[in-house]
Ligand binder design. Structure first.
Ligand SMILES: Nc1ncnc2c1ncn2[C@@H]1O[C@H](COP(=O)(O)OP(=O)(O)OP(=O)(O)O)[C@@H](O)[C@H]1O
Ligand SMILES: [Mg+2]
Length: 452
């Protein structure tokens, strides 16, 4: 670049630019340089860099050398001698625009920058950085607050979800109770109704049976007397005696009356059990014999225990201990026995049908007085048993492994509630899968009153 070309370019640029040779000869400057030095442009003609700055010549040459031999821009610092006798420290950026050759020196373009302006820019820059840092800080703070708010919101949502879940559980429990109460009360009512309906005609039969027996005996006595007096009866009577096989009839009729009496007594017993089971009249705490409750429940379940085409008879082994009368809600305890026994029967039937592994299905009922305050009732079956996955959900309302229409999944959850909440007792299940299940009921001899 010639000084003329440089001037053409530099004249339009607002920055102070100097074109120098590598030995310090100023070839051209633009107006901003003259302004900086408070000189006129003409006054700069023929000057060297050594005339314009205060640094030692050796330093200046070293800087120019560095500029002329580097491809990059070299940063430096020069102190300008201002015309008014003052000095002005400038930052410089020097770049070679024509390298050194044996024929000509290297040409270097120097860009000057007033350090105060630069440092003002620096201050501005610093301020900007500071503002930015503050802004970043603010944003970080806002982000933290947002995160905190989010966390709080999450906690509140979680709390609300827990509260909702609790309400849902409570509602489910109430629903469970209602369904079961409805189920049991209709069963109880039906049982009580049937018991009542049967009781009247049976009492009627039983009451008359005695008279019928007596009358028959009287008639037989009369026949006997006839036979003694009339040893050779007419042919027609003899024929009739043979036809009705009088001797057999006389022998059999007593047996018939005996079995009719036994039958009606049995019906009366069943009616008593049905009434005992339903215990509609006993919603209050009452002192009862637990064994009677178990017996009446077994009586109701009797048909389910008998042998069927796909399942042999289920034997019930009773190991009753000496129990005092227990203060409890008898109707509700019977429901518990019923639910647990029904489950045991279902499990035994299933194992008989599915795997045919249990050839002697049995339910063992054990009762015992643990101490003067507690009794225990164990109902154990030798069915398929319960695996851990099922066992963990056993007492959950609506949990069932039975097909739709067969189980509602309420039996055990209601039983749990009756034993634990109503009687302040404990209900536990122990099982070895494949070998059977055992339900252990513990209740206080004197249950506290905790009506649901
Ligand atoms: N003795 C048992 N042997 C094997 N599994 C059992 C036994 N007792 C209960 N279970 C399991 O526990 C589940 C829940 O029993 P629960 O009595 O609560 O309901 P369910 O019998 O299915 O229905 P519901 O009693 O309402 O008719 C049963 O579906 C069954 O899988
Ligand atoms: Mg059940």
């Amino acid at each position: 670049m010639t000084p003329e070309q440089f001037l053409e370019l530099a004249i339009v640029l607002p920055e102070p630019l100097v074109l120098v040779t590598n030995d310090g000869q100023v070839l051209a400057t633009n107006q901003p340089v003259a302004d900086m030095l408070k000189l006129r442009r003409q006054e700069l003609q023929g000057k060297t860099l050594f005339d314009l700055v205060t640094e030692p010549a050796s330093d200046i040459i070293k800087y120019l050398q560095a500029c002329s031999t580097s491809r990059a821009m070299i940063l430096g610092s020069l102190t300008l001698r201002i015309n008014n006798g003052q000095t002005l420290i400038c930052r410089t950026q020097g770049a070679v625009i024509q390298p050194w050759s044996p024929e000509s020196s290297a040409l270097i373009l120097l860009r000057l920058e007033n350090r105060t302006v630069a440092s003002n820019n620096f201050v501005l820059l610093n301020q900007k950085i500071d503002e930015l840092a503050k802004e970043v800080q603010k944003r970080k703070q806002a982000e933290l607050e947002l995160q905190k708010a989010n966390e709080e919101l999450e906690i509140r949502v979680e709390e609300r979800t827990t509260a909702l879940q609790e309400t849902l559980n409570e509602l489910q429990l109430t629903q469970t109770q209602l369904i079961q109460a409805e189920k049991m009360s209709s069963l109880g009512q039906m049982v009580a109704g049937i018991a009542h309906e049967i009781n009247n005609p049976v009492s009627f039969i039983y009451g008359n049976l005695h008279h019928a027996h007596k009358y028959t005996q009287d008639l037989l006595k009369l026949i006997e007397i006839y036979q003694q007096i009339c040893q050779d009866p007419p042919l027609e009577i003899q024929k009739q005696i043979e036809e009705i096989d009088l001797n057999f009839l006389i022998e059999d009729i007593t047996k018939i009356f005996d079995s009719m009496t036994a039958g009606t007594l049995r019906i009366q017993e069943i009616v008593k059990s049905l009434r005992n089971f339903s215990r509609l009249d006993e919603a209050e705490l009452k002192q009862v014999n637990i064994h009677e409750g178990i017996e009446s429940t077994l009586m109701i379940l009797d048909r389910r225990l008998q042998a069927r085409h796909d399942c042999p008879e289920i034997k019930v082994i009773k190991k009753y201990g000496q129990l005092p009368n227990v203060t409890c809600y008898p109707g509700q305890l019977n429901q518990v026995f019923m639910n647990i026994l029904l489950n045991a029967i279902d499990a035994l039937e299933k194992s008989a049908v599915n795997s045919k592994t249990t050839d002697n299905p049995q339910i063992q009922i054990t009762t015992e007085l643990i101490d003067e305050k507690w009794i225990a009732i164990t109902i154990a079956d030798n069915g398929l048993g319960i695996d851990e996955k099922v066992r963990s959900k056993l007492f959950d309302p609506f949990f069932t492994t039975k097909p739709v229409g067969k189980g509602t999944g309420l039996g055990l959850s209601i039983s749990y509630q009756i034993i634990v909440e109503k009687h302040g007792g404990q209900l536990n299940c122990f099982s070895t899968p494949g070998k059977g299940a055992e339900f252990l009921i513990k209740i206080p001899v004197n249950s506290y009153s905790n009506p649901i």
